[in-house]
Design a protein around this ligand. Structure first.
Ligand code: GSH
Length: 218
């Protein structure tokens, strides 16, 4: 099989796997697990993990996700989704260089401006036993203006970020905004974000990916 995707689904591997399913690609899934989730990563029967010698040969950063596409080895989840979109084309991909610029803009915005506070909100969300409520509250404050920017863009874009249709930009940003769903109050004053994230998450490819993720051990 030409495409291999490394990384358990309880990781950012959700991103390339969602994308592969959107594109209808066949792929081999190699469920490399994060080393910090293993009690004894050095045990002879330990599963393939992010510090396994065999995996470090694929990604010396020791992070998932990573792909091997017919010999092209790529890491960084959003580089992978953008690459797959460009390679396979269709409505998720940029139609021209202007769309490509906008897709890069939104993807980098999600990664650099939103991902960290969104993760902190999720990791300290009300359902987390070991939570720090102060960190959650601080993250929610930081996310408010970000969601306002997104809400305005979605309102102006007819419910999508680029080109009036669902693209890799929506997929990438939605995967980061998913973490912020641990703070539902953020969405009450962002009706366009609320409708958009619901539509993104109702897509069959997302649903299939999430069902597989939820079937993995927590
Ligand atoms: N910026 C990277 C982040 C990758 C990352 O942090 N991956 C985590 C899982 S979501 C990981 O592999 N952690 C394993 C470890 O720290 O050993 C990306 O988007 O791909």
């Amino acid at each position: 099989m030409a495409l291999k995707i490394y990384g358990v689904l309880r990781s950012r591997a959700t991103r390339p796997i969602w994308m592969a399913k959107e594109l209808g690609l066949a792929f081999e899934h190699v469920p490399v697990i994060q080393v910090y989730r293993l009690a004894n990563p050095d045990a002879p029967d330990a599963p393939l993990h992010t510090r396994s010698r065999a995996f470090l040969a694929v990604n010396p950063n020791g992070l998932v996700p990573c792909i091997d596409d017919d010999g092209l080895v790529l890491n960084e989840s959003f580089a992978i989704t953008l690459y797959l979109a460009r390679k396979h084309g269709g409505p998720l991909a940029p139609r021209d260089v202007r769309e490509e610029g906008l897709m890069l803009q939104w993807t980098l915005w999600a990664a650099t401006e939103v991902e960290m506070p969104a993760l902190r909100a999720m990791q300290n969300g009300p359902a987390v036993k070991t939570r720090d409520a102060a960190i959650h509250a601080e993250a929610v404050v930081a996310l408010g203006p970000k969601l306002a920017v997104l809400d305005k863009a979605l309102g102006e874009g007819g419910g999508h970020l680029v080109g009036g249709r669902f693209t890799v930009a929506d997929l990438n940003v939605a995967e980061v905004v998913r973490y912020a769903q641990a703070a539902p109050e953020l969405f009450t004053s962002a009706p366009h974000v609320r409708a958009w994230i619901a539509a993104c998450q109702a897509r069959p490819a997302f649903q299939e990916m999430m069902a597989a993720r939820n079937a993995e051990p927590a």
